[in-house]
Write a protein that binds this ligand. Structure first.
Ligand code: G3P
Length: 235
């Protein structure tokens, strides 16, 4: 079975535009709460016929991936092969846990460029998808050269503020789309930071993004399903 075949199969549920929910390490996404959030994402994806993927907390990745049909991504992986590395998370373990891929280089969990290169290339050989986070257009351009599945641009100063990048800093979104697609045409470009409602999502898509990456807008919402339905209305 070739890598190409597996990648195509694994892209089921990853049609763009896509909403990717990173539940981070919030108390609201630990254990059963995280599973509940994943089930809500699954429900909304199926009711509205949209692509929603989730990045569960690492400890619960296997549990969530085996309980929902939507694609799951790890929140991080370490640049090491399986071996004597206490506490590290390998790509092989991410795959075994049932994830379709992993986020890398989140601004809360930065990596060195050489590590990103190692991880993107090893993930591809394992049939795993990589969503590499970046903080600006220049870094997005550098990462695009590594040919990941996706680049997700997130200005750190807007993360968790409720001030949507697609409205507050539209140029970083449109310029990243342009820069990334010039280098790696089929790359899925996401934007994130402060995205909380359907209008924010619509603005992102109008700027050329293939989807959004968000956390607090759903995880910290009083009613996560209502928040997700609102977000999806922007697609
Ligand atoms: O990974 C998504 C994240 O960094 C954006 O966070 O809370 O602004 O949606 P938030």
């Amino acid at each position: 079975m070739g890598v190409e075949w597996r990648l195509k199969e694994e892209r089921k549920g990853l049609e763009t535009p896509i909403i990717v929910i990173n539940v981070k390490a919030y108390a609201e996404s630990i254990g059963q709460n995280g599973l509940k959030l994943a089930k809500i994402c699954e429900e909304v994806a199926s009711e509205r016929g949209v692509s929603i993927a989730i990045c569960p907390q690492q400890v619960f990745l296997a549990q969530v991936a085996s309980s929902v049909s939507i694609p799951c991504f790890a929140q991080h992986a370490d640049a090491v092969p399986p071996g004597s590395f206490t506490g590290f998370v390998t790509l092989e373990a991410v795959k075994e846990a049932g994830a379709v891929g992993t986020l890398l280089n989140h601004s809360e969990h930065r990596l060195k460029i050489a590590d990103i290169e190692f991880l993107v290339s090893r993930a591809a050989s394992l049939g795993l998808l990589t969503i590499v986070c970046t903080n600006n257009v220049r870094v997005s351009r550098a990462v695009a050269a590594l040919k990941p599945y996706s680049v997700a641009v997130e200005p750190p100063e807007l993360i968790g503020t409720g001030r949507a990048v697609s409205k507050v800093d539209p140029a970083v979104v449109s310029d990243t789309v342009k820069a990334v697609k010039e280098i790696h045409e089929e790359c899925v470009v996401l934007c994130g930071a402060g995205i909380t409602n359907g209008e924010d999502v619509r603005a992102a898509i109008e700027l050329g993004a293939d989807g959004v990456l968000l956390a607090s807008g759903v995880v910290k919402a009083e009613d996560p399903k209502k928040a997700l339905l609102d977000l999806v209305s922007g697609i």
